[in-house]
Design a protein around this ligand. Structure first.
Ligand SMILES: [Zn+2]
Length: 475
């Protein structure tokens, strides 16, 4: 492959906001990126996946599949098909990629899904928590990620790690592999301590621009190299913390959550992702093959869960909506009322029965790509399909709780406290960065990057993925 000169460099600027990036570029603060990426190509309007959280939101780039299809529905989840309520024996059925189970991201992926690392055998992956399919010696800066990334999580000092990744990137492109995937965790990491437009955050973008200059000097743009610059989600300032576990405890429901996974006889489990969304599992110790439907919960059949639990959660300040299932699809419950979402022939049906929860107007059936275009500049970009895809995973909760703008579902124990967050379905989190040194037609979903990479390398695109090849390379 490397002999053909067709190569792809995929740079993931974790947590980069498209608008912050665009305003820095417009000010002339990103000269290397402008010269090598934006001038010959440009930015494309893009959306990430729900939940919009680090790690989980990397999978679409590398598999072309949504988290629901990958069966990795969040950075924390519980498998009700296997969890019997024994905290030690069943600890494997409760997942948190934030701690010692981090590496499980590689093996939890639904079998049969091919990664870019599988399909492009000379791939190099730099600073990536997801490595499935990478050949021996082809994972780089893994130790730096663990050591410096672990420290920076508490100190916010990401500079050392970013520079180490930059050096590994320069070394990697000199080997001329067909595909390089490189993660820069600094923007996400530094923003958690601040506002998305804080001077320290802006400096992280500017430092990254210097790395793109080094990449160009090392020949990273030579020949027919496609260089993509993407982010896995945006970020927004958090002014309100609503802890779903504490809300449930206040209803008298013993609730299992991290790190208290030893909770005695819990009747609910809350698994938070990215901090602005959470999955709720009812009666977590009762092994079952299906979710509790909203009608069942509201009939009082899931005792001791109160019949009005969904309505009460949805009414809490800081919560935008609670999503549950019915026999035909999803029910979206907000403090104002309810809407329905269904997969139907001809696309996706949205029906704002008593409230326009997604802000998409009157009832309609549209092909899912049209919903993307229609929702792109709204409150919940790509909301319809993103909610439906998540419930494809049997590991997704009975309920999915989504934080409102400016709020998160932060756990009471979390250190350090996050001043900015992500993980929700709101525009601040769902709109992400996509820039390339050739023009790409938008709007783009992050799952579309996977077929784009394979197409540029002249490789076949696997059937059954969620992404679609965008039109690119033409003005
Ligand atoms: Zn991230």
């Amino acid at each position: 492959m490397s002999g053909t000169g067709r190569r792809v460099v995929l740079l993931l600027l974790d947590g980069a906001r498209h608008d912050v990036f665009a305003s820095l570029a417009a000010r002339g603060d990103l000269p290397h990126i402008s010269r090598h990426i934006l001038d010959p190509g440009g930015m494309t309007p893009a959306t990430t996946v729900f939940p919009s959280t680090t790690g989980v939101a990397y999978l679409p780039f590398l598999t072309g599949c949504f988290p629901g299809t990958c069966d990795v529905p969040g950075i924390r989840w519980l498998d009700v098909r296997r969890y019997r309520g024994r905290w030690w024996d069943d600890r494997d059925q409760v997942r948190s990629y934030c701690g010692y189970q981090g590496g499980r991201l590689n093996t939890d992926l639904r079998p049969g899904i091919a990664t870019l690392f599988d399909l492009v055998p000379d791939s190099i992956g730099i600073c990536t928590p997801f490595t499935r399919g990478l050949g021996d010696g082809r994972e780089r800066a893994g130790a730096a990620r663990k050591v410096w990334g672990g420290l920076a999580h508490y100190t916010g000092g990401y500079g050392v790690l970013e520079r180490a990744v930059g050096r590994a990137l320069v070394r990697a492109v000199r080997e001329k592999p067909s595909f390089v995937f490189s993660v820069f965790p600094g923007v996400d990491g530094v923003t958690h301590f601040h506002d998305p437009a804080h001077p320290d955050v802006l400096d992280t973008y500017r430092d990254f621009d210097g790395i793109v200059g080094d990449l160009a000097q090392a020949g990273g743009f030579d020949g027919e190299t496609l260089v993509l610059l993407v982010s896995d989600h945006g970020l927004s300032r958090v002014d309100r913390h609503t802890d779903v576990s504490l809300e449930l405890e206040a209803m008298g429901l013993p609730t299992l959550r991290h790190p208290l996974v030893w909770r005695r006889d819990p009747v609910a489990a809350v698994m938070v992702s990215g901090n602005a969304s959470a999955q709720v599992y009812l009666l977590p110790g009762r092994v079952r093959e299906r979710r509790f439907a909203l009608a069942e919960i509201e009939s009082g059949a899931v005792a001791p869960i109160p019949a009005d639990v969904v309505r009460r959660l949805a009414a809490r300040p800081g919560i935008a909506m609670v999503v549950a299932t019915d026999e035909a699809g999803l029910v979206l419950v907000s403090r104002d009322g309810r809407a329905l979402l269904r997969d139907v022939t001809g696309g996706v049906a949205y029906d704002p029965v008593t409230a326009d929860v997604l802000g998409l107007g009157p009832p309609a059936v549209l092909p899912e790509r049209e919903w993307l275009a229609r929702s792109l500049d709204g409150r919940y970009p790509d909301g319809p399909l993103q909610l439906l895809q998540l419930f494809r995973s049997p590991r997704t909760g009975d309920l999915v709780v989504i934080a409102d703008r400016g709020a998160d579902l932060r756990l009471d124990w979390e250190v350090p406290e996050h001043r900015s967050g992500h993980g929700s379905l709101t525009a601040d989190h769902m709109r992400c960065l996509a820039a390339c040194n050739v023009p790409i037609d938008g709007p783009l979903r992050t799952v579309d990057v996977f077929p784009l990479v394979l197409h540029h390398l002249g490789l076949p695109i696997p059937a059954g993925i969620d992404g679609a090849l965008p039109r690119y390379g033409v003005r």
